[in-house]
Write a protein that binds this ligand. Structure first.
Ligand code: DQA
Length: 143
């Protein structure tokens, strides 16, 4: 059975509270519950982590590699657009990773159109809300 890590970056703990027109009404707890339920149907295990701090996210990514986690789903939040440190953390491990976003970053402000993370990921799923995570989970489990 595979174990997949789901990593939520900054401000995602406020999902369901902030900018509901962009990110929806579901809380992060609701999203995590749906991810866990879907993992059961796929027959894989998920571990979920959220942090608002770049360093904590990097420590967690490195620990995923040390712990031999089978895949990483990361929503880097705004760090997607400028964190070379998170990019380097992902580039430095062999664990397959998929970048996800709730909103379609390409339909929004121009500063969101660049992801410095996507070149070191298997792929990117953006704009599908909860389904961004579920599709990534299915893909990593099948990989
Ligand atoms: C986000 C998109 C980012 O641009 C933004 O900074 C977020 C959330 C998303 O899931 O749509 O915090 O990653």
């Amino acid at each position: 059975m595979k174990t997949i890590a789901v990593i939520h970056g900054p401000n995602l703990n406020f999902t369901g509270v902030r900018e509901k027109a962009v990110y929806g009404n579901q809380s992060l707890q609701d999203i995590d519950d749906s991810i866990r339920a879907y993992a059961i149907t796929l027959g894989c295990k998920v571990v979920i982590f959220q942090s608002n701090s770049e360093g904590e996210l990097i420590d967690y990514i490195q620990n995923c590699f040390i712990d031999e986690i089978d895949g990483i789903i990361i929503n880097p939040g705004a760090y997607a657009h400028y964190s070379y440190a998170i990019r380097d953390a992902l580039a430095g491990i062999t664990t397959p990773c998929i970048e996800v976003h709730l909103s379609n970053i390409y339909k929004r402000e121009s500063f969101r159109h660049t992801s410095v993370i996507s070149p070191v990921c298997m792929g990117q799923i953006t704009g599908l809300g909860l389904n961004s995570y579920l599709l990534a989970l299915s893909a990593l489990n099948a990989d």
